[in-house]
Structure formats: structure tokens, C-alpha cells
Design a binder for this molecule. Structure first.
Ligand SMILES: O=C(O)CCC(=O)C(=O)O
Length: 289
């Protein structure tokens, strides 16, 4: 029987995702729209630290931005993006977190090679996918993501926590595998293009050697089945369909930028997330150092 096609990806594209552990480039925003989102983001960065808030704008943007920044929630629920994700996850789609990965021009910030699912608490499930949208050019020069084709077929591999200050990951984690340069596929993207990657795929990114900022928006999507792997209920925002198993605590997108209710909910969700991300960590539990 022919497989039923849902979402906007062709069967060949879906097959490619399941074979390789990634898919790119997917044009989801016009160049103009990508410019518009970048301008909104940079206005928030430039003006909002003056307002009294429990955390810095940088921290809100790096983790669960969709909870407090309306344009992040809008982008995470963008129909063209979710149409692609639906082809991978099915008709019920939840946002588990949405994060900006911003590398300043000519900076040393890197992402060591890792598997996303290592510390997320979901185990080795395929009921998740990350959509990474470029809001500026993501090239080899600017430090685009690089991924090992087919590596999503591995289990979760041992990682070292480096906590290096130029490492953008929560624990500075690095997979204990030597990845040869020739085994890396560079996911180069133009503004408005998107890649998808599986949470077991080994990936990372090098420093930005370009004169522009490298701005990526990574949205972690899960489907209701992912909830079955959890030892405790996680938080999520509905992007499409329903939380059919009732296994997530659902939150709403923010009513306005950094509104008071959203900031309160943010603290509850961050406490929960930080406890998941720091599980098994030795010593003082400092994340995103
Ligand atoms: O933005 C980057 O360079 C890396 C992002 C990443 O590791 C991810 O989205 O899982």
C-alpha cells in the first residue's frame, strides 16, 4: 500500500531525511521575511536589556525564546516550517524549545560535535526533529552547522562536558568520537532557508570568520509519542494538531514581548529544563556558561 503523504515534503525528501539524518536546504521564508525577522530580533537585543527582568535578553533568546518573544513563537509556528515538520513527525506537532544560536562576526564561539538527545531526557527517540532557520548567511566561513551523514543510526554515545566558555552548548558537551573533516557535511544556508536534523545525528559548528553575524533559529519539535519516553512530564507549546496523549504540560505563546505572565511561566519551565539538562552533571550545576 502506498504511504500516505502528509505535510509539504515529498516522499523522496522524507526518505533522504530518514537515510541521512538531515535534509537541506528547504526554502521556508522569503529573503525579505528573513530580513524582517532579523531586524525584529536585533531591535529586541538593542533595546530590551534596559527593562527590569530576571534574566538578560541574551539568555531568553538562547533558551525557550518562544515563551517570551512573540516573533519567536510566530516563527516556530510558521505554516511553511510546520508543514515540513509534519511530514517527519505526523499531524500533531509540539514545540519543545526554540533557541537563537548567534555567533558574532569574527568571534570564537563554537558548537562542539554532539548529539542533541544526549541530555534531553527523551532517550533515543525519532519522535523529534530540529528545524534550523538561517536569518543571515550560514556558510563555511560564518560557521554553519556540519553534520556526519547517517550518524543518527547510532545510539546515544558517551560525551565529555567541557564547559568551555566559547562553547554555545548547555554543558559544552562533546561526543567522544574523532570526526574527520572529510566526514562532515556542511549545511550551508541562505537567509530564509532551513535544515532539518535528527537528534541523534552528530553535528557541531566552527567559529564565525565572516564580518557578519551568523544567526540561526533552532526549533526543537516533538510529537505526542515523544512524551512516552519521559520519566517526568515536560513542557511544550502546541504548533499543530493536539497533544493527543496528554503527556505534556502545555503553555501558550506570549501575549506581548516579555509580558509578566510569560516571564513567570518561563521561570517554572526553565527550572524544569535546567534539572533535565544538568542530570548526572558533576560539581556545581552551571549551564550555558
Ligand atoms: O547553531 C549551531 O551552530 C549549532 C546548533 C545545534 O547544535 C543545534 O541546533 O542542534
Amino acid at each position: 500500500m502506498a504511504q500516505q503523504q502528509i505535510g509539504s515534503l515529498s516522499q523522496a525528501q522524507c526518505q533522504s531525511y530518514w537515510d541521512d539524518g538531515y535534509l537541506f536546504p528547504l526554502p521556508v521564508l522569503s529573503e525579505q521575511s528573513a530580513r524582517h525577522y532579523r531586524a525584529q530580533l536585533e531591535l529586541i537585543e538593542a533595546t530590551n536589556d534596559a527593562q527590569e527582568k530576571p534574566r538578560s535578553v541574551k539568555e531568553y533568546l538562547r533558551t525557550h525564546s518562544e515563551m517570551v518573544v512573540p516573533m519567536a513563537a510566530e516563527l516556530a509556528t510558521n505554516a511553511s516550517v510546520v508543514d515540513c515538520v509534519e511530514s517527519i513527525l505526523g499531524e500533531n506537532v509540539l514545540v519543545w524549545s526554540a533557541e537563537f544560536f548567534i555567533k558574532e562576526p569574527c568571534s570564537e564561539q563554537i558548537v562542539t560535535m554532539h548529539q542533541d538527545l544526549t541530555y534531553w531526557g527523551f532517550g533515543e527517540t525519532s519522535n523529534q526533529v530540529t528545524a534550523w532557520i538561517a536569518l543571515s548567511e550560514s556558510s563555511i566561513e560564518s560557521g554553519c552547522m556540519a553534520l556526519v551523514k547517517g550518524s543518527h543510526k547510532n545510539p546515544i554515545l558517551p560525551h565529555d562536558d567541557t564547559h568551555a566558555t566559547n562553547n554555545m552548548l548547555s554543558r559544552g558537551q562533546e561526543v567522544q568520537v574523532d570526526v574527520a573533516e572529510e566526514d562532515k557535511v556542511h549545511l550551508q544556508l541562505q537567509p530564509g532557508e532551513m535544515s532539518l536534523h535528527h537528534g541523534l545525528a552528530i553535528h557541531g559548528s566552527a567559529a564565525n570568520r565572516s564580518i557578519d553575524r551568523r544567526i540561526g533559529f533552532a526549533i526543537r519539535y516533538v510529537n505526542p509519542e515523544a512524551g512516552r519516553h519521559l520519566s517526568k512530564k515536560h513542557y511544550a507549546m502546541l504548533a499543530r494538531g493536539e497533544d493527543s496523549n496528554g503527556l505534556f504540560n502545555l503553555y501558550q505563546p506570549p501575549a506581548s514581548l516579555f509580558d509578566a505572565d510569560a516571564l513567570t511561566t518561563y521561570e517554572t519551565v526553565r527550572e524544569h529544563l535546567d534539572s533535565i539538562l544538568s542530570a548526572g552533571m558533576e560539581g556545581e550545576k552551571v549551564l550555558f556558561s
